[in-house]
Design a protein around this ligand. Structure first.
Ligand code: GAL
Length: 411
């Protein structure tokens, strides 16, 4: 079921009134546990600066936009766009809404705000098509993070695994002691795709991983097959009730010491710290997923200006706050992500944030498939479906064959 969830800033309006009418409607999937604190801080900052512009926090629950993307699609098709909406940089924006002619270019806003050298060029490229810039990145999330329960690791004398070999050694030792080594919550299948793409990154490296989604490397490459087999082996160490949990429920298992590790983007840190009140490097630790040291799975949440919105000047005011140092530093320490801007105030971030800000500067970047940056939505949907079947049936050949035939969706 879709559940539309409006934040405290919103009011539903009188009968017959169009949703969000007269208000600046901000559309995302950041509701509830671990997701909405950053957004609320950003809205608060905006309201301080622009008390005359009422905001409607129009968020639709469901991790990774599971439900929000469908609601957005029907609104966009019905020419009823929200004033601004969360969209991942890369294919989701460029091959989706920009290619469909639904977005306004923001080159002038970038110029006015002096942003062209304030965001890393790699990121500006992810939100650009044919020389125009179409959205403003609020953050950079890292996808290839393995989170672990410190106490469980210490008590069992195991070390955070850097390689696949070490991962399986640690997992085996923990399993022998009756501890679930790896938490997964794939009630929404994207979490399994997320885990799988980190395995692909570990086996192929950022460059070749990226080639896969450009159609420059076949999806039945021997290293992809190896990644599928490795992923399958990992599935032998997960919690039995994985298909009834969402990502927060899986992270909770690690927080409670009922599972030792999980692989999730760093929004999980927001959840651990803000919602569960855990401490970085005391209660939980972090390491890049096996084989991915020096590589960075990039997920960037961005906001743009859809064509045809009435209050476009107010949208630009919102984007200006979102793209400011102040806006980014209000949002990201709570969200778990690092600022997209290169000149943010590092002192506002915890040790995880500081480490990740440094890593981003040096690492090889790879755009996430699971979060829509690497490939068009049609392909991602097929991968999610195939993953869902694979997690139950574990038929590696069938999975690779499905990937291969879905690759016709890749440009
Ligand atoms: C990602 C998004 C993150 C976080 C996550 C879980 O797609 O980029 O900001 O919200 O989904 O819902």
């Amino acid at each position: 079921m879709l559940s539309a969830c409006s934040g405290s800033q919103s009011s539903s309006g009188g009968e017959g009134e169009k949703k969000g009418e007269g208000k600046l409607e901000i559309f995302s999937w950041w509701t509830g546990a671990g997701e909405e604190d950053g957004l609320k801080a950003l809205i608060k900052l905006f309201e301080e600066k622009h008390p005359d512009v009422p905001i409607e926090n129009a968020a639709v629950a469901g991790g990774a936009g599971t439900n929000a993307k469908a609601v957005l699609a029907s609104r966009m098709q019905g020419d009823d766009p929200p004033a601004t909406f969360q969209v991942h940089g890369g294919a989701e924006l460029n091959e989706g809404w920009v290619a469909a002619g639904k977005m306004e270019p923001l080159n002038d806003l970038y110029k006015q705000e002096g942003w062209n050298d304030k965001f890393p060029q790699d990121l500006i490229d992810m939100v650009s098509k044919d020389g125009n810039i179409y959205s403003v990145p609020v953050n950079i999330h890292r996808g290839n993070v393995l989170w672990y329960n410190k106490k469980v690791f210490e008590e069992n004398g195991v070390k955070p695994p850097a390689t696949f070999e070490e991962f399986f050694e640690v997992a085996e030792q923990l399993k022998e002691k009756g501890i679930t080594p790896l938490a997964l919550g794939d009630k929404e299948p994207w979490t399994a795709t997320h885990l799988f793409e980190t395995v692909l990154l570990g086996k192929l490296g950022a460059e070749d991983y990226t080639k896969l989604w450009k159609g420059e490397l076949p999806l039945d490459d021997a290293r992809v097959v190896d990644a599928v087999e490795t992923f399958k082996k990992m599935l032998g160490y997960i919690n039995e009730d994985h298909s009834s949990r969402n990502w927060q429920d899986a992270s909770q298992l690690v927080a409670d010491g009922k599972a030792a590790m999980n692989v999730m983007g760093d929004w999980a840190k927001g959840y651990f710290v803000n919602d569960l009140k855990l401490k970085v490097n005391e209660d939980f630790g972090y390491i890049t997923t096996p084989g991915t040291e020096g590589q960075f799975m990039v997920i960037t949440d961005t906001f743009g200006l859809p064509k045809g919105v009435e209050n476009s000047e107010d949208v630009k005011k919102f984007l200006s706050v979102l793209g400011s140092v102040e806006g980014q530093d209000a949002f990201n320490p709570l969200k778990g992500s690092i600022p997209a801007r290169i000149d943010a105030d590092v002192s506002k971030y915890d040790q995880y944030g500081k480490d990740t800000i440094e890593d981003f500067k040096e690492a090889k970047l790879a755009a996430s498939l699971a979060h829509g940056s690497a490939a068009p939505e049609g392909f991602v949907t097929k991968v999610n479906q195939a993953i869902n079947i694979f997690v139950t049936q574990k038929d590696a050949k069938q999975f690779v064959d499905t990937l291969k035939s879905a690759s016709s969706e890749l440009k």
